[in-house]
Write a protein that binds this ligand. Structure first.
Ligand code: PAF
Length: 268
């Protein structure tokens, strides 16, 4: 497994790759959810490229950025065991040589759901993902469906801008009690972790969005939103863990009409 910090070196390596490249962009702190993406890529492509880059421009809260976990040594060991061929570790200077003068905005869906109280978040995500896709030029790129809104936006962006990469959405990987795997789970203390374990079942078992809000509040979570989009009931909650407020997201399947992007997936 090659570990590269210099993106010029990567571009030279990429120029000589002729067989299929699968790509998993991450911000590190790898967990089973990421490993499932890496395994899916390794099974379908000759080469799997992992990027680890904590993207400052998608954090609207500087404290959230500052406390983002850094577990590089453990991440590299996990990457090796999941069949990764190349790990890219770019830095801010390489990713944002423009100083973030150029930004990719989506003006409808990005300001709803997680965009409501995280202004600019999806601009940061879409901008860095476009840069990474152009840098890696993968045949396929893998994203977890836990971040459903992110997945939809990236898929639409790639179609809109004729990006020739297939965007593959992978199933949510959950803990035994249903909590979706997330790097943020590491920030939960014991009582907060126990409360977080009820998030998924309360969301899935409610008859509608309003009842889900009530049930989550009654359990002691602060609710940022519960909103059904197409066939997914999406939610974000904030759980207190000691001095920290930990924001968690999840989504579950509910009856509804497929979104245009989902319809294309179903037909494909
Ligand atoms: O899902 C994430 O970890 C990030 O939003 C991504 C896609 C790596 C972009 O920084």
């Amino acid at each position: 497994m090659k570990v590269l910090r210099c993106m010029t070196q990567w571009s030279a390596l990429r120029a000589n790759m002729t067989s299929s490249v699968g790509f998993v962009p991450t911000m590190g702190a790898l967990h089973e959810g990421h490993l499932s993406l890496l395994r899916a890529s390794a099974a379908a492509n000759s080469q799997t490229v992992l990027s680890i880059y904590v993207n400052a421009t998608q954090f609207n809260d500087p404290q959230d950025f500052a406390k983002y976990p850094n577990t590089l040594e453990a991440d590299l060991a996990k990457a090796r065991s999941a069949g990764v061929d190349v790990v890219l570790l770019p830095d801010f200077e390489q990713m944002y040589s423009d100083g973030f003068r150029f930004q990719l905005n989506e003006i409808e869906f990005a300001s709803r759901l997680c965009g409501t109280d995280r202004p600019g978040h999806f601009t940061g995500v879409l901008t860095v993902v476009m840069k990474l896709l152009n840098l890696v030029r993968p045949n396929r790129a893998y994203f977890g469906l836990k971040d459903f809104q992110q997945y939809m936006l990236i898929k639409d962006m790639c179609e809109t801008f004729f990006v020739p990469t297939e965007i593959v959405g992978c199933p949510i990987v959950r803990e035994a009690d249903g909590l979706a795997m997330s790097s943020r789970n590491a920030l939960l203390d014991v009582p907060a972790r126990s409360l977080a374990g009820r998030f998924n079942s309360l969301l899935a078992n409610a008859a509608n969005d309003a009842q889900a809000v009530q049930a989550l509040r009654a359990a002691g979570m602060s609710v940022a939103y519960v909103e059904t989009v197409g066939t997914r009931r999406c939610a974000a909650v904030v759980i207190r863990s000691g001095d920290c407020a930990v924001r968690l997201i999840d989504n579950v399947a509910v009856p509804g009409s497929l979104l245009p992007t989902e319809l294309k997936d179903a037909v494909a």
